[in-house]
Design a protein around this ligand. Structure first.
Ligand code: SAM
Ligand code: SF4
Length: 322
């Protein structure tokens, strides 16, 4: 099992397969995708070697992310190779959902077990204002299909003062009779979004207090669980989650590592740089990759420095997949 010098264990890999995205979320890619690097994304065979290497080191969960991962035509093949790897029990995807209704059953057939979709507002006009796309209805119908297929579904909203900070009651209403977890993510500063961040960052802690006052109970976390806090209520089928990266001890429960679409290991979402693992993907066995990953992990730091305004090399989260 991959373990760092602080005793944290890493059984969860976030694997970005592209940094291209078709949306223009105000907090992420407000001007749309700009091709800044060579688009030499990991091939299916490279992804297979990465997944084998991580599985050999105890990884049991893989999240496929991007950019927008559903822009890759070989996505079903990638899902299947993850699901078919010994030791990988959970294969998840994070998507903006624009093609969900067309593809979710293919993805589930390929072995997808969990789905995260980003929806920052249930008001179609506000949704379009944030993302640049009038797609809310299509995305919601894709989510209905995913729920009916029986996979785990989570919906993520980034909390923003000027857009959705007063929408808590709508979010709660939405999970009233749906077996879905709706998670509010505190807006994070990145290299490119400082003024948007300054105008829109809202802390999650007052929302937590509001939930507790309204009879929601915090779910007791499993030891291996990550930093999200979840809440349930006897009158609601769904759950609410809060992700508060500026909160105390957020990094203490870090259980994940990240690989970018260009084959770089990021020890933290806000690391200074990624560490190139492509040179270790040629060998016929996983041995050299396993040794490289184990050695690279010794440099993982205790925490990010987001609260000091330090965002490392991360210009926006489409670079890495959040
Ligand atoms: N395109 C896919 C999507 O939007 O779900 C996957 C990639 S996106 C970068 C992954 C997640 O990061 C989304 O839930 C998105 O809302 C979130 N995200 C992007 N930028 C963020 C920021 N600055 N602060 C907090 N969350 C952010
Ligand atoms: Fe694209 Fe996701 Fe970033 Fe929105 S948050 S611009 S959908 S990568």
């Amino acid at each position: 099992m991959l373990e760092d010098k602080f005793g944290r264990r890493f059984h969860y890999l976030r694997l970005s397969i592209t940094d291209v995205c078709n949306f223009k979320c105000d907090y992420c890619l407000p001007d749309g995708y700009q091709c800044e690097s060579e688009r030499d994304f990991l091939s299916v065979s490279e992804i297979k070697r990465i997944v084998n290497g991580f599985a050999a080191l105890g990884t049991s969960k893989i999240r496929i992310t991007g950019g927008e991962p559903s822009l890759r035509k070989d996505l079903p093949e990638i899902i299947r190779l993850c699901a078919d790897t010994q030791g990988i029990a959970k294969v998840a995807i994070t998507t903006n959902g624009f093609k969900l209704d067309q593809h979710i059953s293919t993805w589930v057939d390929a072995g997808l077990t969990a789905l995260n979709v980003s929806i920052d507002s249930f008001d179609p006009r506000m949704f379009e204002r944030i993302t640049g796309h009038d797609k809310l209805d299509v995305i919601l119908s894709g989510i209905e299909q995913a729920v009916s297929l029986g996979i785990e579904v989570k919906v993520n909203a980034v909390l923003m003062r000027q857009y959705n900070a007063n929408d808590l009651s709508q979010f709660l209403q939405w999970v009233k009779d749906k077996p879905v977890t709706f998670r509010l993510i505190e807006l994070m500063q990145t290299g490119d979004n400082l003024s948007f961040f300054n105008q829109n960052h809202v802390a999650g802690e007052p929302i937590k207090q509001q939930l507790l006052a309204q009879g929601w109970t915090q779910v007791v976390k499993d030891k291996a669980a990550g930093p999200a806090q979840e809440f349930f209520h006897p009158d609601f089928v769904g759950k609410i989650g809060l992700i508060m990266p500026y909160g105390k001890d957020f990094c203490a429960s870090c259980n994940r590592l990240r690989i970018s679409a260009l084959g770089k290991l990021h020890l933290c979402l806000f690391a200074d740089q990624g560490l190139d693992i492509r040179p270790f993907l040629d060998a016929s066995s996983s041995e050299s990759l396993v040794a490289a990953l184990t050695s690279m992990l010794t440099n993982k730091e205790a925490t990010h420095w987001l609260d000091k305004g330090y965002t490392g090399g991360t210009k926006h989260l489409a670079m890495l997949g959040g």
